[in-house]
Design a protein around this ligand. Structure first.
Ligand SMILES: [Fe+2]
Length: 207
């Protein structure tokens, strides 16, 4: 298995896609005593000629071994809007697929807003340093507002050596091998707690 991570920049993201994060439903599977995450989720399958078929049944399952925070649980999320999926298919996915070994993949797409209100912590990765149990992962940041923190780290197999570290900015796309690397993103706080603060990303899983 090829060991790689790569940072790219995407462009031509519409305002409609950016605004779609305003309409995300709350993620009811979080465990803090306050809300901090909203999410939609869709699954697609693409073959060698890259034609994507989107499924409508979108249950996300991870074993307890992989996810001690939300493992062994069928998590049901609402689908990502069709027009958002279309734009992902033309503007984002091609930038990822061209970096992956030629194969058939099932792709899971998580549209996520983590937010902070009234001085709460925006918990981006409450499970800590982890792998997600896929071949490849990609994180694409779409927006950040009024936050300090949220540093993303790619960590080597020893779970100690940080091979890459960056607070992802809007339109940063990072792609890496989930079978080899671990990853983590630190929590964030509002810079000014009188105005809303959030971090909007798409997380792509490939298996
Ligand atoms: Fe993850």
């Amino acid at each position: 298995m090829k060991k790689f991570y790569k940072l790219k920049k995407i462009n031509n993201i519409s305002q409609e896609l950016t605004l779609s994060f305003q309409k995300l439903p709350l993620d009811s599977y979080t465990k803090a005593n306050y809300d901090f995450r909203k999410r939609r989720f869709s699954i697609g399958k693409f073959n060698y000629n890259k034609v994507i078929h989107w499924y409508t049944n979108n249950v996300f399952f991870q074993s307890l071994e992989i996810n001690s925070y939300n493992g062994n649980l069928n998590r049901n999320f609402e689908n990502i809007d069709d027009n958002v999926l279309k734009e992902i298919e033309t503007q984002i996915l091609p930038n990822i697929i061209c970096e992956l070994p030629l194969s058939e993949y099932q792709v899971g797409i998580h549209q996520i807003r983590v937010f902070s209100e009234d001085n709460t912590l925006g918990l981006v990765a409450p499970e800590g340093i982890h792998q997600d149990g896929f071949k490849f992962l990609a994180i694409c940041c779409i927006a950040k507002k009024n936050i300090s923190g949220a540093i993303t780290q790619i960590i080597d197999q020893d779970k100690i050596t940080i091979v890459y570290e960056k607070a992802l900015n809007p339109f940063d796309l990072i792609i890496f091998n989930d079978e080899i690397f671990y990853h983590y993103t630190s929590s964030f706080k509002s810079k000014n707690n009188k105005i809303e603060s959030y971090r909007d990303v798409f997380v792509f899983t490939f298996k």
